[in-house]
Design a binder for this molecule. Sequence first.
Ligand code: AMP
Length: 310
Amino acid sequence: MALVVVGSVAYDGVETPHGKVDRMLGGAATYISLAASYFTPVKIVAVVGGDFAREDVDLLESRGIDLAGLERVPEGKTFFWAGVYSADMNDRTTLRTDLNVFADFQPKLPESYRQEPYLLLGNIQPALQKSVRAQMPALALAGGDTMNYWINDFRGELVETIGEWDFLLINDSEARLLSGQHNLRRAAACILEMGPRTLIVKRGEYGAVAFARDGGQVGHFMAPGYLLEDVFDPTGAGDSFAGGFIGYLAGQGIRPRGGELDFAELRRAVIYGSVMGSFCCEKFGVDRFRTLRREEIESRYREFQTCTAF
Ligand code: AMP
């Protein structure tokens, strides 16, 4: 039972206080897939240009990721994004977004993907996210991410799209923007009314909060961020969180009952998300995933348990 991941596969230029890399593998679908691959088989849907390097294909293949849905446009160029981080790395300024082949991305699901039960929709146009979901009739659990651009300029389309999802994963400023509520608890209650039964609000270095109906009431679970000694590059941390979150649920074969996820499993998934987000920040780009082992993930998961128990 595999997880289908849709989104950007990119080249990124990133500058943080620890250094600068002009061009390296990135993209939301890349981070989501790499993180999820530690828990469950992953099948990717994305588009790249003729410049997409063999070594980057090799990395994805080395993690067992199915690339049948990775479309190549030989005459085009891969999506390029560049950003620079503030001194405390909590803020990021986008310097460049060259959509290239991503501008005309029309996700096409290979026949071999369509019966899979798990789907994570990375940040792309809501109508495209909706079209992918419609191509998968056997879904047990589907959800995804979005960003301020779609919330501001495509609100109607977005609300219609997330209305069909089991969960929505967004950051705190996006939750406020989507709901029009500053208070996070009220924002969550408002978003849960839009359709998704579960909302995960990512709060960067401060962790994440999951909101869900738990016996009629809206319950919440708060996970802190892992206290890293050195954060080298936060790019992809949110996507790696998403990969750990859905990867864990898919790997366990979790299905919502009556639309609701088991709250104990939801808590575990949030912690695995935090664990994967934290590993991502330890090196530039996707580098940490070149060496990361499953035992390290379990050991950090246990550390989370000891440092939050009281
Ligand atoms: P995160 O740090 O989790 O927000 O993810 C950063 C990744 O998102 C980078 O690798 C970028 O290539 C990718 N990205 C940046 N802007 C966009 C966009 N407009 N659409 C899709 N992916 C993007």
